[in-house]
Design a protein around this ligand. Structure first.
Ligand SMILES: [Zn+2]
Length: 364
């Protein structure tokens, strides 16, 4: 075990590959949580530490913009600098929690390619400064464009990213629903299932350039829907794995797959997907609700503290309840509770690769 222990903190390059390999060999996956500020970031770090597990922290373009502040006048720069600022926060704090963290960005469609390129400029500067990239991986989602454009743009950006030890996540097939304005509810059903031939084409184009992961579609949908509306078929993933394995004579499960739209998914389908090379499951809707539900209950229970600083009837001071730290913490605890559940579903609790103090003592 100790042979593949990693230094706690943000992992990239070879260490990122070590983490992905451990997930796939151990048939477990990491939750990739969309964050919007320090509260959600710290909640993910705390949940990972409490579960002795590693985590993936990611920002959508909207999450990054929110991180920079909704009043930031230049919205493009807000999306870029918000992501950079959040990444720097994670670089500063992750090791303190004793866990390994993959830093990622979420869906970038054609219109958002300049966003990815601007973040790369910051990533290259950070690499010069520290020898590490700012993000472990960016996602490029050109699944709504034709496959030739999708793969040539992915190849172009991966060439640039590989130079600074970064990985790329691409999307083939379409995840239903929308994530922060990217995607649509109105798509042809066949596109909801990734075609193995497309995955093979991606492998042929990208594998020699650098590391890539694939958001493959197997009926998954962003958001939470009424039961029965979504038919998850994880076995679809096996067809792509088998085709690449057969064509290139690789070991089993050569592809590193990403499960989008993990919120609200049936537990047995999540478990099944772990057999087919899924190492990352995106979760956003459920952690959003977990934060808000917890805050909602707190406000309901302490209604008067959100109306009066001092109760006009009996003079009770409410400062300790309306202090934003009090209810923001309650929201963080909601996220942590939901992630405890995710770590069980994804079988990654107790599997952190981070070298801990106990390991160091053993080594000494
Ligand atoms: Zn997604």
């Amino acid at each position: 075990m100790s042979s593949h222990k990693l230094k706690p903190g943000v992992v990239s390059g070879k260490d990122y590959l070590t983490l992905v390999k451990a997930c796939k060999e151990g048939r477990y996956a990491l939750p990739a949580v969309n964050v919007t500020g320090t509260n959600t970031i710290n909640a993910v770090l705390e949940a990972a530490a409490k579960n002795r597990a590693d985590a993936i922290i990611q920002l959508s373009n909207g999450g990054a913009e929110f991180y920079a502040g909704k009043g930031c006048p230049d919205t493009f720069q807000a999306k870029v600098l918000g992501a950079v600022s959040a990444a720097r926060h994670v670089h500063m704090m992750a090791a303190q929690y004793g866990v390994c963290v993959i830093l990622h960005t979420d869906h970038a469609n054609k219109a958002l390619i300049p966003w990815v390129e601007a973040m790369l400029e910051h990533g290259e500067a950070f690499y010069k400064e520290t020898g590490k990239p700012l993000f472990s991986s960016h996602m490029l989602d050109l699944s709504e464009d034709d496959i030739e454009f999708n793969l040539s743009e992915s190849a172009r950006l991966l060439k640039r990213m590989a130079k600074i030890d970064m990985s790329i996540e691409i999307e083939l097939g379409v995840t239903g629903g929308e994530e922060d304005g990217v995607g649509s509810d109105d798509i042809d059903n066949a596109k909801l299932y990734t075609q193995p031939e497309d995955v093979l084409m991606a492998y042929d184009r990208l594998n020699s350039i650098g590391h890539f992961s694939v958001a493959a579609s197997f009926g998954n949908v962003h958001g939470v829907y009424k039961p029965g509306n979504v038919k998850l078929r994880p076995d679809i993933l096996k067809n792509s794995q088998d085709l690449v394995q057969k064509t290139h004579g690789t070991a089993a499960n050569p592809l590193d797959l990403v499960f989008h739209g993990g919120s609200g998914s049936e537990k047995d389908k999540i478990e099944e997907s772990l057999n087919y090379g899924v190492f990352k499951m995106n979760i956003d809707t459920d952690t959003q609700f977990a934060f808000s539900e917890a805050v909602g209950k707190f406000v309901e229970k302490n209604e008067r503290a959100f109306k009066y600083q001092i109760d006009p009837e009996d003079g009770t001071p409410y400062k300790k309840l309306y202090d934003p730290r009090k209810w923001l913490r309650v929201g963080e605890e909601g996220v942590i509770a939901r992630l405890n559940e995710a770590y069980v579903d994804l079988k990654s609790a107790g599997k952190s690769l981070a070298l801990c103090d106990a390991d160091k003592a053993k080594c000494a």
